[in-house]
Design a protein around this ligand. Structure first.
Ligand code: FAD
Length: 358
């Protein structure tokens, strides 16, 4: 097959799913792929909280796209439109034509475009943590709980308060997980306030007001509430009617966007009924790489790989040695689950999957 006949695949979003998809496509000679990502780098999201207490950790978990995709066509830009002529438009006014398109825009994360800006942010977060005796964490999902775990492990003397709007921690997991996380944190003197939010507009001079009228004194705060889904840019595109009520892209069993033969979606942006987890985003990427290969080689559509939604399984790290794991309905907390995740946070494993040194 000559290069002029290669099918053009455009991947929008170079996060956990998009990065592995591109790496897999790069190994295949029939693909001519282009990655469009808002940032010049991949960020291994689950390492971010460690990087806030140990900024050098981010040198391995924030990876320039060119490092693992040498020679690839990569645009650092926001995609803003997809039109009926099979073109993606970017903020810079580029129009990138595709035969196949994959949407992998997961969540709107941080807005630092360059790797050096992102590394500087981790340094700044670290300085803030180090120099503050009292710290407010807002949000009791995995991000807030993992950040509290990192700070108590590395800076045991700090006064930490965690305010969470919900009635229990880790609401994406079962009740037992929330209770075990609460016990773990309170045993380490983290004050957890449930059922309240923080009103940042009314807060000033290191005093934060909660919806319950409590005034919390803290020298700094970290907002760990969930990021919006990265699909708002799709609301004026040809995919606008493919978003469900939560803003997720509706996909079929082959991970094709419903109603489109040549557009796939992978990772957190999809409506696949399962926990939104990076290891599942990786599975989506491999399914779609297979399906693209089959279609591009002229295979029978009926033979495309079907994706089966996964049973609930998640690991929440609690500092450098401990963690909480939930597999289906079973929840375990402590050093044994910690051995699975908490030391290296799967950074070496993820780098290896991208063909890099662990
Ligand atoms: C604190 C924390 C801990 C976690 N721990 C784990 C864990 O231990 N194990 C696990 O499996 N999962 C974990 N997760 C979940 C995991 O991070 C997500 O499931 C995963 O990142 C989803 O991958 P994705 O590629 O779909 O989206 P993302 O990784 O969110 O990537 C989306 C990409 O799209 C880009 N983008 C968005 N909009 C546009 C646009 N318009 N144009 C161009 N680019 C765009 C973004 O810049 C980003 O690069 C954790 C998440 C958090 C927050």
């Amino acid at each position: 097959m000559g290069s002029e006949q290669k099918k053009r695949v455009v991947v929008v979003g170079g996060g956990i799913a998009g990065s592995l998809l591109c790496k897999t496509l790069q190994k295949h000679r029939h693909f001519d792929f282009t990655l469009i990502d808002s940032k010049e780098y991949l960020e291994i999201t689950w390492a971010n909280l460690r990087s806030m207490v140990e900024p050098t950790f981010a040198k391995r978990s924030v990876i320039n796209h060119h490092e693992y995709l040498p020679g690839a066509s990569i645009f650092t830009s926001d995609a803003i439109d997809i039109d009926e002529d099979n073109q993606v438009s970017t903020t810079e006014g580029r129009q990138i034509a595709f035969d196949y398109l994959v949407i992998a825009t997961g969540h709107m994360g941080n807005r630092h475009v360059t790797k050096s800006e992102r590394l500087r942010q981790f340094e700044a977060d670290y300085e803030k943590i180090k120099s503050s005796d009292s710290i407010l964490i807002v949000g009791g999902g995995p991000t807030g709980v993992e950040l509290a775990g990192e700070i108590v492990a590395d800076f045991p003397g700090k006064k930490i308060r965690l305010v969470h709007r919900g009635s229990r921690l880790l609401e994406f997991l079962g009740e037992t997980a929330g209770k075990k996380a609460l016990d773990w944190l309170t045993t380490r003197k983290v004050e957890v306030i449930l059922g309240q939010s923080v009103d940042f507009d009314s807060s000033s001079d290191g005093t934060y007001l909660t919806s319950g009228g409590e005034a919390i004194a803290a020298e700094c705060h970290f907002k760990c509430t969930s990021e919006p889904i990265g699909s708002s840019w799709l609301t004026k595109t040809i995919l606008k009617d493919c978003l469900d009520g939560s803003g997720r892209l509706m996909v079929d069993a082959n991970l094709r966007v419903k109603g489109f033969a040549n557009i796939f979606a992978i990772g957190d942006v999809t409506d696949v009924p399962e926990l939104k987890q990076g290891y599942l985003a990786h599975r989506h990427a491999l399914v779609v790489a297979n399906n693209l290969k089959l279609l591009i080689e002229g295979g029978d559509e009926g033979k495309m790989v079907k994706y089966t939604p996964a049973q609930p399984m998640a690991i929440v790290s609690l500092g450098r040695r401990e963690a909480l794991v939930q597999v289906r309905c079973v929840t375990v907390i402590g050093r044994i689950p910690g051995m699975l995740k908490s030391k290296d946070l799967f950074v070496g494993k993820t780098r290896k999957q991208l063909g890099l040194q662990a």
